[in-house]
Design a protein around this ligand. Structure first.
Ligand SMILES: CC(C)(COP(=O)(O)OP(=O)(O)OC[C@H]1O[C@@H](n2cnc3c(N)ncnc32)[C@H](O)[C@@H]1OP(=O)(O)O)[C@@H](O)C(=O)NCCC(=O)NCCS
Length: 152
């Protein structure tokens, strides 16, 4: 299976908005605006995974200069293509981007009950940094995981 991970282009935005809508209750318009206003910003890396003509993965990472750290904001692989290394490919490119920015850490938050996602990040070298109670709009708690970029 040939899957290409590349930078997001304007034409990819509707597919990415749909992918987010499949896993999150947030309004589509908010996601659309978030992508449109940031995908060309040099402090963001927005990636898509493409198989044939289809977008099957989407990820975003932002470098925050004030704190010299980067955050993964979205990381999604289409259900039918999970467990094939596509998410890890997007993480690796996000790590390269964060290191190029000279960030000291790469962070991510995910639902505390999201065992598969937590396993995925740990497999990619992230370690638990803490929990945030009542972080998500539905009242779920978050776990924050971090990767020390100085040592990778
Ligand atoms: C988390 C996610 C991005 C991982 O992407 P992926 O392409 O399936 O991940 P990879 O194939 O690179 O890595 C697979 C590892 O992730 C974990 N994993 C998470 N979900 C999985 C799934 N549905 N199937 C298989 N493995 C999964 C396993 O630990 C697996 O390791 P293993 O093969 O040694 O068991 C993807 O499952 C997803 O989109 N989930 C829904 C959205 C989400 O929770 N995003 C993260 C929060 S921001």
């Amino acid at each position: 299976m040939i899957v290409r991970v590349r930078k997001l282009k304007k034409d990819d935005i509707p597919s990415c908005v749909s992918m987010v809508a499949n896993i999150s209750a947030g309004p589509r318009e908010v996601t659309k605006r978030y992508i449109e206003s940031n995908f060309k910003d040099e402090n963001y890396l927005m990636l898509v995974a493409q198989k044939d003509e289809n977008i099957i993965g989407f990820s975003t990472v932002v470098y925050e200069g004030w704190n010299n750290a980067a955050w993964i904001e979205w990381m999604i692989v289409h259900k039918s293509y999970r467990g094939k290394g596509i998410g890890s490919k997007m993480i690796k490119k996000s790590i390269v981007f964060s290191k190029e920015k000279k960030a000291r850490k790469l962070f991510v938050d995910t639902g505390i009950k999201d065992r598969k996602a937590i396993k995925f990040y740990k497999k990619n070298g992230f370690k638990k940094h803490g929990n945030i109670k009542d972080y998500y709009i539905d009242g779920d708690d978050a776990i924050v995981l971090g990767l020390d970029l100085i040592s990778v």
